[in-house]
Design a protein around this ligand. Structure first.
Ligand SMILES: [Ca+2]
Length: 358
């Protein structure tokens, strides 16, 4: 999408994600987070293959919802197999180990290929990524909230003047889909399908509104349950959940029923699936989503995108409410932003069918 936003006729994809969430212009001045006891799986140099992961046994569930947004339904009965999934979003610490080991360069760190983007100037092809820059008016449109900033990348999520120093446990952001997949492959893992992700997010609460149930995102004691946007979007985030218009370190909010943290809010998460509006009711057993040729975003026809799930710190109740398990958006695979991260999955091979003995 960083490329798309540079093409004046191709901004709808940005709107699609922007309607879901945002990051404030006061990114440099955000208030100190409320201290919380956050849970981060301990790093290990010789970790087992499933270090930091939770085993999900799989099963049947109702995927999607009666549409709050048109793309979310209608719901369908679906089955997923067993898999391990990261207990938390992939962190800056995790991603740094990958970079150190492989010297991989993320998409945002590479200049755009002039052959692929002949209409862009040399300046526009410089390494860059999308950053939410806020708005002064609730009437401001998404094109004013977001900016392509040269030098924005995973080490500098808000632009070259920002840094991840001291934020090892924050979820890595400014990673494009191919960056997330490269990390997963490095570990011998994969990205979750949308169905696997949603099954895991529901935590065993089939048909519940949120990952924790049907109540609003505070528990009975008033303790917040997710890092979202609180206040008047996109102008003012009160930060009542402890994180004002910014990511929280992973694991700072209570886990869902499967022991997974931040399946609601904090950062959107890449899935493996290509995006098309709605759910195919015929795709009921370990659904993989449409193939690339059928990928479609009505807001930007002709650009195949992947599904992102979970909402982010920019999701507001008064705007999009997309930090719910069935919520989904289309993410252009060539674009990272400062509110999209990911987690990985390791599928458990299906048991072979018993052999009949004659
Ligand atoms: Ca927040």
């Amino acid at each position: 999408m960083r490329n798309a936003i540079l093409r004046s006729a191709s901004l709808a994809c940005l709107l699609a994600l922007a309607t879901a969430c945002s990051r404030g212009a006061d990114i440099q001045k955000m208030s100190a987070a409320i201290s919380a006891s956050c849970h981060t799986p301990p790093p290990s140099e010789h970790a087992p293959a499933t270090q930091g992961m939770v085993l999900i046994h799989g099963g049947d569930f109702s995927m999607g919802a009666q549409p709050r947004h048109r793309e979310e339904g209608p719901p369908r009965q679906t089955r997923v197999g067993a898999f391990w999934i990261d207990e938390t979003e992939v962190t800056n610490r995790d991603f740094a180990r990958f970079i150190d080991a492989t010297h991989y360069k993320t998409l945002a760190e590479r200049p755009l290929d002039p052959a692929a983007y002949p209409g862009l100037t040399a300046d526009q092809r410089k390494p860059s990524s999308l950053v939410f820059v806020g708005a002064n008016s609730p009437n401001a449109g998404p094109l004013q909230w977001w900016s392509v900033i040269a030098g924005a990348d995973w080490r500098h999520p808000g632009g070259p003047a920002t840094s991840i120093a001291g934020h090892d446990d924050d979820p890595v952001v400014q990673v494009a889909w191919e960056d997330a997949m490269a990390y997963a492959r490095w570990l011998g893992r994969d990205l979750p399908t949308e169905a696997e992700w949603e099954y895991a997010a529901r935590g065993g609460l089939d048909n519940a509104t949120y990952t924790w149930g049907d109540a609003p995102p505070e528990d009975a004691s008033g303790k917040p349950l997710a890092n979202i946007w609180q206040g008047v979007f996109p102008v003012l985030d009160t930060g009542a959940d402890g994180y004002k218009a910014k990511v929280a370190p992973v694991g700072c909010f209570p886990p869902n029923g499967y022991g997974l943290h931040d399946m609601a809010g904090n950062v959107w998460e890449w899935t493996k699936d290509w995006y098309a509006p709605g759910l195919d009711p015929a795709d009921a057993d370990d659904p993989q989503g449409p193939d690339q040729s059928r990928a479609r975003d009505p807001d930007e026809p002709g650009v195949a995108k992947h599904v992102v799930k979970g909402g982010s710190f920019l999701c507001a109740d008064n705007y999009c409410l997309r930090y719910r398990p069935p919520a989904r958006q289309a993410g252009p695979p060539d674009t990272g932003s400062n509110h999209i991260g990911f987690r990985t999955i390791l599928r458990v091979p299906a048991e072979p069918a018993p052999t009949k003995i004659r």
